[in-house]
Design a protein around this ligand. Structure first.
Ligand code: HEC
Ligand code: HEC
Ligand code: HEC
Ligand code: HEC
Length: 553
């Protein structure tokens, strides 16, 4: 009998073990829905893949629970799409490809160069032929950008000139009018219309304007009867793509993508050869479906976050709304394909490059290699840099351990202000994560990003500030988001205890210097009054905490 009991217990434990193994090694849901839009397509369908404002990004920072982007995922979607269309995919870049700001620090150069090399070589391998200067591309001088374009064999207009590039592929004649950032300062908008007219007269079936001019300037082309079919407004402030605008059949179709490679944007041209002279119709069904899905994904993220932030009595209500949203999303995921419109049509698509999309293995390996090379690159470029000295009598950053000596209670609140949030891991599987100011550096260490100069600024104190530090390798005691991230450098206050030398009030704007898109999912996902309660407690802004709690009731 005893032997049998042991046998039953062993089998039971084995079963539990197997279920546990299955649970933790379940394949996360792979998202291939980006192929839905082409599952039914006309025989001449061609994808014009439009990138702009990549801003040197090869991967998202991973600050949000489901970050979008990554050149490895971009490559996979491009190749899948191209295969699905029997090779009929053309890649065009609209500029602001290299940098995300107008100036660069010399200490960033080594990392920048390796990153740009990975970005451009990937795009080149995918068949990129055209780009042009945007406002950020000359951050290291015009010569630097132009040498790069030449190195990778890209065609580009000079900064103040418009250029027309014919794309004659798979029996489709497209005219690409590239208009760089500097064009409107010196030249006439009317010339663009004339060029479009000439292109059409020369046999172009589709005329596409790609503009790095400010929107207000490009909008002057949004008039009827111009011979322009499509306007891709490459210069944009928006992180996310916008719904296409099409006022009437006689107007051009206005398209705007996002920034930093978070979305894969393309135009699917169909039946263009068949009905000669018929105007191009905008088909926005697929975009609308994706937009709806994306909004729901964001709403679900928001609700999950609210659940984390809210009080017990609101939870049941929020849970109910969350379940409803999840059911709705499940049904939207079944949307499937769209039969192409009968005449010539253009479908604009913007696919969020979420972690549920499988990255291309070859590019992923190169990205990993680049990541592994960051410490050596940064060390090399930081070597000969001299940091700016603080001014005479100016406060410097002293670190949380110094503040602790007089503010033990505030320190304890800071240390313990850690929340658990829902997120997805690199493979797209759901996980829980611990997030909080006092462990912000550990986050970078876990990601092996603690020497990445594009990360340390918000995850430590005083980076690139006088009285702080300017080399990632010299971070020392400045790790984590500390007291001085919010109250300012405290050396003068810490030696005197004088409150004139320290800032007490930290307003919403101060939080938003770090809590900013794309490091948060949307502007609204950071609700100041809810978030600030998480960092307050006994001995640290208790009065404000009670006020806010009272208000919330
Ligand atoms: C030597 C002890 C001492 C150290 C070290 C110290 N403080 Fe203080 N701090 C005080 C005293 C005392 C007050 C109260 C001053 C008053 O009410 O006049 C104060 C007040 C404050 C206030 C509130 C100011 C106001 O206007 O009400 C803030 C914020 C603050 N400290 C932040 C810090 C930070 C950040 C550090 C570390 C950089 C720090 N303190 C280090 C003694 C210290
Ligand atoms: C110097 C940049 C910086 C500033 C300023 C800043 N934060 Fe943060 N905050 C971060 C970082 C980085 C994290 C993520 C920490 C980690 O990696 O675990 C974070 C995380 C948080 C979290 C936990 C995650 C979440 O969203 O619930 C809260 C709450 C928070 N911050 C509130 C605030 C509030 C309120 C302010 C303004 C009073 C503020 N922060 C100012 C950088 C900053
Ligand atoms: C502009 C400021 C900023 C920069 C730059 C920044 N982060 Fe963050 N990061 C944040 C904020 C704010 C949060 C908290 C977001 C939240 O929870 O609301 C965060 C959260 C995170 C998290 C999730 C927290 C956790 O504990 O898992 C990771 C991972 C992360 N950041 C990694 C990075 C990496 C890697 C880089 C550089 C490539 C980077 N961050 C650059 C502001 C920044
Ligand atoms: C994310 C921003 C943030 C960080 C980090 C932070 N504080 Fe504060 N601190 C605040 C806010 C907001 C208040 C409330 C201000 C008010 O009452 O209007 C506050 C209030 C205070 C006060 C006033 C005392 C009181 O009870 O009102 C002191 C002292 C203080 N902080 C010290 C610190 C120290 C020491 C640290 C580090 C251990 C720290 N703070 C970290 C935002 C921050």
């Amino acid at each position: 009998v005893l032997r049998n009991i042991w046998l039953v217990i062993s089998i039971f434990l084995l079963g539990v073990g197997l279920i546990g193994f299955w649970f933790f090694h379940r394949e996360p849901k792979r998202d291939l829905s980006y192929l839905d839009a082409i599952s039914e397509h006309s025989s001449d369908a061609l994808a014009l893949v439009l990138t702009a404002n990549l801003e040197g990004y090869v991967a998202p920072c991973g600050c949000t629970s489901d970050p979008y982007g990554g050149i490895d995922r971009f490559a996979q979607v491009f190749l899948d799409l191209k295969a699905g269309l029997a090779g009929r995919a053309v890649l065009v870049d609209g500029g602001n490809m290299l940098f995300d700001s107008k100036t660069r620090n010399i200490a960033d150069s080594c990392q920048d160069e390796a990153k740009i090399d990975l970005l451009l070589s990937t795009l080149k391998d995918l068949g990129l032929r055209f780009t042009m200067p945007g406002q950020f591309d000359f951050a290291r001088g015009a010569g630097f950008a132009i040498d790069l374009y030449k190195k990778f064999g890209l065609q580009f207009p000079p900064d103040e000139e418009l250029k027309i590039y014919p794309i004659d592929e798979h029996g489709l004649k497209i005219s690409l009018l590239m208009i760089p950032a500097g064009y409107f300062l010196k030249r006439d908008i009317g010339l663009i219309k004339k060029s479009a007219e000439a292109a059409k007269a020369g046999g172009a079936q589709v005329v596409v304007v790609v503009s790095q001019m400010p929107s207000e300037k490009t909008k002057e082309l949004m008039v009827p009867g111009t011979n322009i079919d499509i306007i891709f407004q490459a210069h944009t402030e928006s992180m996310v793509p916008k719904s296409p605008i099409w006022a009437s059949q006689a107007h051009p179709i206005w398209l705007e993508g996002g920034r930093q490679g978070q979305f894969f944007t393309y135009l699917l041209l169909q039946n263009v050869g068949s009905a000669k002279g018929a105007p191009l119709q905008l088909d926005s069904r697929a975009f609308a479906a994706l937009e709806e899905k994306d909004l729901l994904v964001l709403r679900i993220q928001g609700l999950k976050q609210q659940l984390n932030d809210s009080s017990e009595d609101r939870r049941a209500f929020l849970n109910q709304r969350l379940q409803m949203a999840e059911v709705e999303l499940e049904s939207l995921l079944q949307v499937g394909s769209f039969t192409p419109l009968p005449g010539p049509s253009a479908t604009f698509q913007a696919i969020p490059l979420s972690r549920r999309i499988v990255p291309n293995p070859k590019i992923k390996a190169q990205l990993d290699q680049y990541d592994a090379s960051i410490p050596a690159l940064v060390r090399k470029c930081e070597e000969n840099v001299v940091c700016e000295k603080p001014d005479e009598g100016q406060a410097t950053y002293v670190g949380v351990e110094t503040c602790k000596t007089c503010h033990q209670a505030a320190y304890d609140v800071w240390k313990k202000a850690i929340v658990t949030v829902d997120a997805v891991n690199e493979e797209g599987a759901a996980i829980k994560r611990q997030v909080g100011h006092s462990r912000a550096w550990q986050t970078l260490v876990d990601d092996q990003k603690e020497t990445d100069r594009s990360c340390v600024g918000c995850h430590s104190i005083g980076f690139m500030k006088k009285g702080g530090y300017c080399k990632a390798f010299e971070v020392d005691f400045r790790v984590n988001v500390q007291c001085e991230s919010c109250h300012g450098p405290g050396s003068l206050h810490a030696t005197t205890g004088d409150k004139r030398f320290i800032t007490r009030r930290m307003d919403e704007q101060g939080c938003r210097e770090c809590h900013v898109v794309p490091h948060i999912s949307t502007y609204d996902s950071f609700n100041y009054e809810e978030k600030v309660q998480k960092i307050l407690g006994p001995g640290h802004g208790e009065k404000l905490l009670q006020e806010l709690q009272h208000k919330a009731r």
